[in-house]
Design a protein around this ligand. Sequence first.
Ligand SMILES: Cc1cc2nc3c(=O)[nH]c(=O)nc-3n(C[C@H](O)[C@H](O)[C@H](O)COP(=O)(O)OP(=O)(O)OC[C@H]3O[C@@H](n4cnc5c(N)ncnc54)[C@H](O)[C@@H]3O)c2cc1C
Length: 537
Amino acid sequence: MPSVARGTKYDVIVVGGGHNGLVNAAYLAKAGKKVLVLERRHVLGGAACTEEIFPGFKFSVCSYVVSLLRPEIIRDLDLPRHGLEILPLDGTFTPMPNGDHLWRVNDHGKTHREIARHSRVDAEAYDEFGKAMQAMCRFVKPILSMIPPDPATLNPKELMKVLFIGRRFQGMSSEDKYNQVQLMTMSAIDFLDQWFETDVLKATMSASGIIGTFLGVRSPGTAYVLLHHYMGEIDGAFRAWGFARGGTGAISNAIADAAREAGAEIRTEAPIAKILVKNDGKNGRAVGVVLGNGDEIYADVISSSVDPRLTFTKMIEPGNLPDEFMEGVNRYKFRGSSGKVNMALDGLPDFKCMPGVGAHLRGAMSISPSVEYMEKAYDEAKYGHWSSHPYIDMVIPTLTDTSLAPPGKHILSCFVQYAPYKLAPGLDWDTEKEKFGDNVVNTIAEYAPNIRNIILHRQVVTPLDLEREWGLTEGNIFQGELSLEQLFFLRPVAGWAQFRSPIKNLYMCGSATHPGGGIMGAPGRLAALEILKDGAA
Ligand SMILES: Cc1cc2nc3c(=O)[nH]c(=O)nc-3n(C[C@H](O)[C@H](O)[C@H](O)COP(=O)(O)OP(=O)(O)OC[C@H]3O[C@@H](n4cnc5c(N)ncnc54)[C@H](O)[C@@H]3O)c2cc1C
């Protein structure tokens, strides 16, 4: 990587080269700003990275599927030209302990027949549910692309935004209004109970409600997280999830390419130790950064894509921020609850309930056999233990993208919940790590016993690893829980949801800002638009 010329001053320095930092840099560079991205790791992408962990096997080490990436970003940055290619992920297969299964695919007729096999009533309700969720998504989607209002001010511009949301709400049918309020307040299971009777269907669908939260499927507020995961689109199709060819790192690399083409400089292995603030004291101005090696680099604007705890308590000298703001930062919840187990395989898992190789292996495979199973997994985590019977979301990307492993070999990516960051007294993640990995293999083996014989290599990623290696505080995969009290105009701190901070020219542009986590790029883009609007750089 080219080193920064001595004495060079930038318009903007972006802290962190995760996909949001890169989106932020790309928009600013395209607007003519002189931008430098500084990434701590040896590889770009943050939680959206691809790494060859074992020779020949390229893992999407953290995030593994994409859907939420904003279409306007794909368009504005012309990402397909920079190598972005999204391949469809078809369906979700849930094996059951009794030898049955539930297999939903993108083909409407097939899914209808499959659900009807479990319950005719649910098959009808499934269509209605899909329509209702689409209506909810239509309501929420414009909000993803808007700067959150500050409802506490009388500024007409802010009030107009509140009015805009109010008008959209008013425009919905009564049914949709009730659904929307229920989604905002209910648990995923209570919400799904209103529609369905099939236990395994509810269990699998509720899983989207708990991802990245330290909540159970019966905890209020999880219904909204369900919607968050429903919201994505690929080529305009709601709810479609896909693989990026080359792994999720390919998304970050395409964005980085667009940013470089627009003139941004990007450095890896360049950890930022401090953000420099001029005029120590309240409401100073950010003027540059100090790298881990002591080098100082100056810029008019610092845009931080790392979470508020790292930005404001680790990188800023104490005394520079108002107490009230710091109270908000300290209250912001992380509570990591997930881990990842990535495996290099010599063959394919053979499910007892659907033997052989088939299309069911090409989509997501979900270990979520019952609502009780899901809730019990949470019960253990509440008291500081990883779930002995965890929820696991598995994908085999090599069935869609053969470039990720040597011929005939495969990658199995397992997202696992719950893996609580804070373990019970006497337990620590360094000791628990491989036991946790063993338990994931054993759990899968209950459904696909051959798994034990086909593992060539295994990588276990604990919440502590996510914190140490990826800078995700307390291992939260979304840089802070996606719970209702931390969303929209409350993310990350009430009164500071518009990407600015109390320090002049210090902005936030990562997943800890609106609209939150996932490979979405929206925080990076919105923050760039605000920086440009302020004329700060
Ligand atoms: C295990 C896991 C599974 C996930 N699965 C999915 C999924 O399948 N689909 C999906 O859409 N989302 C998923 N997510 C969430 C998604 O990956 C993240 O929300 C998103 O990638 C965060 O992007 P970001 O750019 O905001 O932040 P980050 O990716 O956290 O980027 C921040 C960057 O800052 C760098 N950094 C930290 N400290 C410093 C420093 N001092 N100096 C310089 N740089 C620094 C970090 O190394 C990192 O590269 C998953 C996340 C995890 C962890």
